[in-house]
Design a protein around this ligand. Structure first.
Ligand code: B12
Ligand code: SF4
Length: 478
């Protein structure tokens, strides 16, 4: 059988910043491995998790001697790690077929396809496309008609339609036998309130897609508007088997829209209770505008300890006209109260600095966040990502603070300006109001240290680093 190496590059080849580099969990690579293991010998190299140097990575590839390498890159911020790994692979053997996939290649497929070290870009959900592509490459099938972007022999860019898997239940679960899963389960993501409630833990993704089309969000361009679900019975049985095999104690649900279909979410919670899963869990994207009181009751019984809700703005106008998220501000406050009454913590997320937002509306968001009752609030500067409505709005209003040709992802600082405020105002306000709203009293500081799982002294260091980063940005990144 031919050999396929599936890899995550190491983001530290680009920068080593504890605030932005995350370990990824191997779900994507193990999902793809499960699909094609009958066709090829699969090897997984997670250069990020094991912090492989470029030299170590090179040696691993040389030792495997793959025929095909699949590189997965999640966020555009680390897009260049794809180029670095592809060039190493081609330098070792130019005949290795390099296939790029993941969120970054899905969004920026043209740029990635023009990289001479990349042979094929898989755009969108890659399970079936990879099977078809491998069949084509080994001569047993034809060139797939959808899901690929590549440069043809006449040097033309070919962009096929993106693929969405219609029936998630037809997919196998990730095959974790290709990695040492235990290593991942005992190393939680960095500190913070969304860390696993207990180790060992598993990150889980059982749905894809979201119908709401919020202006800043890329999910529509990645997974489409139709929400698809794995069968809840299969999910709970699978979780029980992983729990028993690896002794996991908690779960982080990573779905974009777990609550998209009311009956599905309710059934999932009922099954978790009926089958006695007995694991603590956190829901990372919890649609507060969809959850019912009945579901909140079930959530608590099912083992949920906390939820992360996105309210985005404290202004109904901004929500409706700019963000396009159907949150009702009064209702969100009632739900947060109930979430806490049921013994779960609630983190609330807000975004400030949209094109067309007034300074008074930004202030309204801060004030709402302060009074919404959440245990902890986060403020983000609006980030215009490509293939979102926010990107188009930014272009239409000419509100990007700089030369759009040189745009790059920036999560910590504002990138948009208006007649009333500058991107720097947003960067400063965001950091200092985060500090004031969350740590204004000794009680709040203590509560948040508990949520983060750090000492109050450590929390003070994190707060200082956040302020220092803004000061450094204002001084031009010295
Ligand atoms: C879960 C998640 C995380 C998790 C972990 C993800 C993981 N896999 O380990 C954590 C919390 C760590 C995380 C962190 C971040 N995330 Co995130 N995350 C997600 C989320 C919700 C789901 C991703 C996922 O796991 N999907 C399930 C797997 C199975 O799907 P997949 O990876 O897409 O793989 C499929 C295809 O892409 C393709 N594929 C992928 N790789 C390959 C390779 C080959 C060879 C082939 C053939 C196919 C292929 O086939 C796979 C199967 O269909 C997405 C939203 C989304 N819908 O994608 C945001 C998302 C990717 N995250 C985002 C962001 C911004 C971040 C952070 C920057 C946040 C921050 N400010 O720190 C960090 C950066 C992490 C990093 N350094 O790279 C943005 C990315 C925007 C962008 N274009 O850059 C997204 C799109 C959210 C959004 N609303 O816009 N994230
Ligand atoms: S509800 Fe969440 S996942 Fe859906 S479009 Fe809005 S931000 Fe994206």
């Amino acid at each position: 059988m031919k050999k396929l190496a599936l890899i995550y590059p190491n983001q530290r080849w680009l920068k080593n910043d504890v605030n932005t580099t995350w370990d990824l969990n191997p779900v994507t690579l193990c999902q793809l491995a499960a699909m094609v293991k009958h066709m090829v010998n699969v090897f997984i190299i997670d250069a990020q998790f094991y912090d492989l140097s470029i030299g170590d990575f090179r040696k691993k590839i040389e030792n495997i001697g793959p025929d095909y390498v699949g590189i997965s890159v999640l966020s555009s911020e680390y897009g260049e790690t794809l180029d670095i790994s592809a060039s190493i692979i081609k330098d070792i053997d130019k005949d290795v077929v390099v296939i790029a996939g993941g969120i970054h290649p899905t969004i920026e497929y043209e740029d990635v396809a023009w990289n001479p070290d990349v042979d094929y870009v898989v755009r969108g959900e890659g399970e079936y496309v990879l099977i078809d592509l491998l069949s084509y490459l080994d001569g047993s099938g034809i060139l797939p008609k959808e899901g690929l972007v590549f440069i043809d022999p006449s040097n033309n860019l070919v962009v096929q339609n993106q693929v969405i898997v219609s029936d998630l239940s037809s997919l196998p679960f990730p095959d974790y036998s290709y990695v040492n899963l235990h290593d991942y389960l005992v190393k939680g993501p960095r500190h913070g309130p969304l860390r696993p409630p207990e180790l060992p833990y598993l990150r889980v993704n059982i749905t894809r897609g979201c119908p709401f089309g919020c202006s800043f969000c890329q999910v529509e361009s990645i997974n489409g508007k139709k929400v698809r679900y794995r069968d809840p019975v299969d999910v709970v049985d699978w979780l029980i088997s992983i729990r028993d095999e690896y002794g996991i104690k908690s779960i982080l649900f990573d779905d974009d829209q777990l609550l998209g279909k009311r009956s599905y979410f309710t059934r999932l919670l009922e099954l978790i209770i009926e089958k006695n899963l007995s694991l603590k869990f956190i829901i990372n994207a919890f649609a507060i505008f969809l959850v019912t009181d009945e579901q909140l009751k079930l959530l608590n019984r099912a083992g949920c300890v906390g939820v992360n809700v996105a309210i985005e703005s404290g202004s109904e106008r901004v929500l409706k006209e700019i963000v396009m998220k159907p949150v009702k501000l009064d209702q969100a406050i009632c739900k947060i109260k109930k979430i806490k009454e049921f013994g779960m913590f609630c983190i609330a997320n807000f975004i400030i600095g949209f094109p067309g937002e007034k300074w008074s509306e930004i202030r309204q968001t801060i004030s709402y966040a302060e009074n919404c009752g959440a245990d902890y609030v986060k403020f983000f500067a609006a980030v215009p990502l490509k293939r979102t409505k926010l990107w188009d709005l930014m272009v239409d209003t000419d509100s990007y603070d700089g030369n759009i040709e040189n745009w790059s992802v920036e999560w910590r600082f504002g990138q948009i300006s208006s007649d009333e405020w500058s991107s720097k105002d947003v960067s400063i306000l965001r950091a200092y109001e985060w500090d004031r709203v969350n740590f204004g009293t000794p009680e709040k500081r203590l509560r948040i240290a508990e949520l983060w799982g750090v000492s109050e002294e450590r929390l003070d260091v994190i707060r200082k680093n956040t302020r220092d980063a803004v000061v450094s940005m204002l001084r031009g990144g010295e």
